[in-house]
Design a protein around this ligand. Structure first.
Ligand code: GSH
Length: 212
């Protein structure tokens, strides 16, 4: 029987990993469709008709036919519809959302871009690499400060804010950041990695299409 959720994505993609990680931590098996970005599959009209931004990830919910885009919005949808990791009350839900907006404003660029440049996926002058690296370093430092004395970003348990931001910090090393400089971030990551259902990106996302 097909699974409720089908994730369309790329195994190297941080935003795709965020969604796969939620499903894995929630114990929700999912079908997976590999989108070949190099072949331009994400820009083909049939794909863009389903994912208006022409990007990965795309999550399809077979219960209602919804096509969901933007990883942070998908995480909110999954929290709403599965009842997992949404926060204990309204204040926690608000705080979790704040962290997800903060991520895309301050952190993601300073990790994903240096990672892409260093891996040769993107071309950039050395000063551009240094600019993004400095931005990431500053964001990791402020995350470290917030995590001092806390187990998770919001409240007492795991929320979509942790899943969202873990989906960025998981690539910090590839981006040239040294997590030894942010020990609270490193300890928080280990805490998430010890949770039941946790899988690193390489195990969470197949490299090819996978049905249930
Ligand atoms: N804000 C989006 C970003 C998604 C994104 O940047 N996806 C990349 C892969 S990691 C992509 O599809 N790139 C191809 C393109 O933008 O044309 C999200 O969080 O879902």
């Amino acid at each position: 029987m097909p699974n409720r959720f089908t994730l369309h994505g790329v195994w190297l993609s941080g935003p795709t990993y965020k969604v796969g990680l939620f499903l894995s931590l929630a114990g929700e098996p999912f079908d997976y469709v590999h989108v070949d970005l190099r072949a331009g599959e994400h820009k083909r009209p049939d794909y863009v008709a389903r994912q208006r931004y022409g990007q990965v990830p795309l999550l399809v919910d077979a219960h209602n036919g919804r096509h969901l885009t933007q990883s942070a919005a998908i995480l909110e949808y999954l929290a709403d519809t599965t009842g997992r990791f949404g926060g204990a009350d309204l204040d926690e839900r608000i705080a979790a959302r704040e962290w997800m907006y903060w991520d895309f404003d301050r952190l993601a660029r300073g990790v994903y871009r240096p990672r892409g440049i260093r891996a040769g996926f993107m071309k950039a002058a050395p000063e551009v690499l240094e600019h993004y690296t400095a931005e990431g370093r500053a964001a990791l430092a402020s995350l470290d400060e917030h995590l001092a004395g806390r187990a998770f970003l919001v409240g007492e348990g795991l929320t979509i804010a942790d899943i969202d931001i873990y989906g960025v910090t998981a690539y910090a090393g590839d981006a040239g950041h040294d997590l030894a400089e942010t020990p609270n971030v490193a300890a928080w990551m280990r805490r998430i990695e010890a949770l039941p259902g946790f899988r690193p990106a390489t195990e969470c996302l197949p490299q090819e299409t996978r049905a249930a």
